[in-house]
Ligand binder design. Structure first.
Ligand code: SAH
Ligand code: SF4
Length: 364
């Protein structure tokens, strides 16, 4: 419940919450107790935090709140993928996707409403830019998913988080880094660095900062091996060309001793020729690089087609022959428009009133 004028504790990092709670005359360890309740046990009522004193709970009820985004709609794909449409402040909506696999459960989170970077093959980009999400709105996606999936302290279906939903996470650095810190915190979600992947279209200065601030796994949306083609597909390339981007990537890989994953969307007749595969191999060969080929996911109004399976196979074989670790991503949840690049936060005809939201949890 939100008390008017109250402080939002959701999304505060451990240091911030300890500072806030100390200013109220309580001890820092109370902040850690609260974090365990909120993030590990999914509790959003102060009264349920039974190891806090009655006085502190009364104080929190009057001065603080834990406000989660509201679920407008849940969709479940025939392959088990789930998508939630969430209302965030300002009458806007974002999407979050859970992808179950045999050895892991991956949550794909959004970092912005829309995106300003306008890549030519992306539904989020086509929607234009609305605003940055707050840390609470980012971390709230994880909390809601845990709740919907019946997570408990010992059984947690979300084992991995990827920033591959709506928006460019490095363009919302100020909110995304604290959200990742909460995901890593031992009193927060306690995920390891390897299990959080940030995907970026290539904001070079922020990649360099991230190396020192929170060096989680990095995925870079390359999509073309030369500047001329990449300028057309990923317009931010005009500001941060491929050579600068790759230099930042190799530095990043040095900092965490791991591979950088390069995403490459397969667009028929645009970037899928054998010559371009060889160009890509030349750029990445001998480097700490893995390639992830993504069959293009169509969306209404999009101008491209998905490359054929034979073309993708041939492209992948060329990369393999050149010694590059490469996999082709299997589109998941495309029957519910939950696949990469399809997220647009469409509210359709849903009325975003709390009354409607209560009855909107049905499966589609
Ligand atoms: N803004 C970040 C993260 C969100 S997009 C980025 O661009 O990396 C996540 C991934 O989906 C990116 O690799 C992006 O290029 C890819 N993508 C976007 N639209 C797509 C589409 N229609 N089909 C397949 N992949 C797409
Ligand atoms: Fe933005 Fe990523 Fe879509 Fe490009 S691909 S428009 S950076 S969300």
């Amino acid at each position: 419940m939100t008390v008017p004028g109250s402080v939002h504790v959701l999304g505060m990092t451990r240091g911030q919450l300890e500072g806030w709670i100390a200013a109220r005359g309580a001890k820092p360890f109370h902040a850690r107790q609260m974090m365990k309740w909120i993030y590990r046990r999914g509790v959003d009522e102060f009264d349920a935090m039974t190891d806090l004193s009655k006085d502190l709970r009364t104080d929190l009820n009057q001065s603080a709140s834990i406000a989660l985004p509201q679920v407008l709609k849940e969709s479940i794909s025939t392959d088990g993928t789930r998508k939630w449409l969430l209302a965030v402040e300002g009458g806007q909506a974002i999407e979050t996707v859970f992808i179950p696999e045999t050895d892991r459960g991956t949550l794909c989170v959004s970092s912005q409403v829309g995106c300003v970077l306008d890549c030519s093959f992306c539904a989020t980009g086509a929607q234009g830019y609305n605003r940055n999400l707050s840390t609470a709105e980012i971390i709230g996606q994880l909390l809601l998913a845990q709740r919907a999936l019946g997570s408990t302290e010992s059984e947690r279906p979300v084992s991995n988080v990827v920033f591959m939903g709506m928006g460019e996470p490095l363009a919302n650095y100020r909110a995304v880094v604290p959200a990742m810190q909460l995901m890593l915190d031992s009193y927060g979600f306690e995920l390891s660095r390897r299990r959080i992947t940030l995907s970026t279209s290539g904001l070079v200065p922020q990649i360099r900062r991230l190396k020192n601030d929170c060096n989680v796994a990095l995925a870079v949306s390359l999509h073309a091996p030369d500047d001329e083609l990449r300028d057309q597909l990923v317009p931010i390339n005009r500001r941060h060309p491929i050579a600068d981007l790759l230099e930042a990537c190799w530095d990043y890989a040095d900092s965490n001793g791991r591979y950088v994953t390069f995403e490459y969307v397969m667009l028929e007749g645009v970037n899928d020729s054998p010559a371009l595969a060889r160009g890509l191999a030349k750029l990445l060969r001998g480097r700490p690089a893995k390639v992830n080929l993504i069959p293009f996911n169509p969306y209404p109004g999009g101008r491209y087609k998905r490359s054929s399976s034979a073309t993708i196979y041939e492209f992948q074989s060329i990369l393999h022959r050149q010694g590059l670790r490469t996999m082709t991503r299997r589109p998941r949840g495309d029957d519910i428009a939950a696949a990469c690049g399809q997220l647009a936060g469409q509210v359709d005809n849903l009325v975003t009133s709390p009354l409607h939201a209560k009855s909107a949890g049905g499966r589609s």
